[in-house]
Design a protein around this ligand. Sequence first.
Ligand code: GLU
Length: 297
Amino acid sequence: MRMSRSAATLGALGLVLAGCSSEAGQQAEESASNTPSVATDVQFQPGTTMAELHDAGTITVGTKFDQPGFGLLNPQTQTPEGFDVEIAKIVAGELGIAPEDITWTETVSANREPFIQNGQVDIVVATYTINDTRKQVVDFAGPYYIAGQDIMVAKGNPEGIEGPDDLAGKTVCSVEGSTPAQNIRDNYPQANLVTYDVYSKCADDLTNGNVQAVTTDNVILTGLVAGNPEGFELVGNPFTEEPYGIGLAKGDTEFRAFINDALEQSFEDGTWAAAWDRTAGVITGEQAPEPPTVDRY
Ligand code: GLU
């Protein structure tokens, strides 16, 4: 039996999700809007991470705080909003943890692995690309979305940048500890790479003319363009695949399988698509794509 206890409504420009809890004790069924439900009748094998989190009644989730559509802090509620946030709520709900009982921690790109490794967060849902380097120190459930590296330029594209080869001799901003920054270092060494800890600082640099381009995943850049459509535009020519996973402690096979089950269920019952539609979908203007296939490695 499931009890739907959360509802999310969309604010202006789709950046703002106002979470509001209905009274406990409502009808035990999925709400009409397919918002993540909170399991009420779950039991877990003692000693598992699932049992630990369920018994604690809380989970600490690392996410982004400056990425519209995926993880953006609402200054009023002091909680983040976006597709990643909704994915985390789906997982928490399967553990019997309500959205208001989630502890949100900002994880910038470079501190996702360390925060998982030293137990500062239970999971990371933060536009987090699954790759073999990272899998050496953390594990991933998912993927739950496939993005692609792209480029954002000043409105009108004054430098005529159409793809990564055009970055040669240009100054391009990305974030330390991210796959797009590493890709530029490895494969486009003629670009002059500037890095910060978060993408919003890159956007500021593009506004100020300190850099000529910003590179990261297309969906992150789309969120930045939505925040300043007069100032920025997306090149719109993705040149990598960035499968987004949920990071968790390495070796916690049961927890990874549990999260993968939760993701697959959300793909099937419509909660995943509904989460997309009311967050990233508003910003990209695109309907939820076909969900990817979970990798049970
Ligand atoms: N998906 C890429 C990564 O995980 C870029 C986005 C980000 O930095 O969060 O590195």
